[in-house]
Design a protein around this ligand. Structure first.
Ligand code: BG6
Ligand code: MG
Length: 216
């Protein structure tokens, strides 16, 4: 039986993955780099700085900006992103998530958030769902980001379950790879057939049978 659940945030709990995409596209345009949704898939799950480095590399501008300039670019992206979140409400919670986490709460299954986002706590508060989670892993406390398993192993430890007793939910390839490296059962949330190695793939939480999942 599984005893704990670990959730990514962006693209799993709430539809903010799209807002990240739009904010990075906006920023990239300022420095004459254009990218599409396919390239954006490679940005999912990774940190702000890693995303910027990837975009600069993609646009052949890897060595163009100083550290201070890169910080300014990240601030600009984050300002745009945070502004776009101002209208975020419970309607932006992805289908089936709320009944699912309510069921976990009812069954006293500890839940953790393992997101690379430094905006995670603010978003959970804005959506009025922070209290469903026993733990929010602080990405500042980690030495490596996804696809390294560190964030998921930290989350499992904090909710006091062994990795093989936990289930992790992810919408990014980096996250699925991290879960698999951590030996945590990986559930890929995606409407496309794109999450290589996911132990289970569903297009939404509505498709998951809670009781059956615990026994997988
Ligand atoms: C992840 C997103 O959850 O958080 C990435 O999938 C994002 O796209 C990363 O870059 C960092 O987020 P933030 O909010 O700290 O810039
Ligand atoms: Mg995500």
């Amino acid at each position: 039986m599984k005893k704990g659940m670990i959730f990514d945030l962006d693209g799993v709990i709430v539809d903010t993955a799209f807002y990240h995409f739009k904010a990075w596209q906006y920023l990239a345009k300022q420095i004459d780099i254009d990218f599409d949704a396919t390239f954006n898939e490679t940005l999912k799950g990774i940190s702000r700085i890693e995303s910027l480095e990837k975009i600069l590399h993609y646009g052949n501008k890897a060595d163009v900006f100083s550290v201070a300039e890169k910080n300014a670019l990240m601030d600009s992206k984050n300002d745009y992103y945070v502004k776009s979140l101002s209208k975020l409400t419970e309607k932006n919670i992805l289908p089936g998530v709320l009944p699912f986490i309510k069921q976990a709460k009812k069954k006293k299954i500890p839940c953790a958030i393992a997101s690379a986002s430094k905006n995670a706590t603010m978003i959970l508060e804005q959506l009025n769902i922070k209290d469903y989670f026993n733990v929010i892993v602080d990405p500042h406390s980690l030495s490596k980001g996804k696809p390294d398993p560190e964030i998921f192993l930290t989350a499992a430890n904090l909710i006091d379950v062994l990795p093989n007793e936990a289930i992790g939910f992810e919408d990014s390839q980096a996250g699925i790879t991290a879960l698999n490296s951590a030996n945590i059962f990986s559930v890929g949330i995606s409407s496309k057939d794109n999450l290589v190695g996911a132990d289970l793939r569903v297009d939404s939480f509505e498709k998951i049978n809670f009781e059956q999942l615990l026994c997988l």
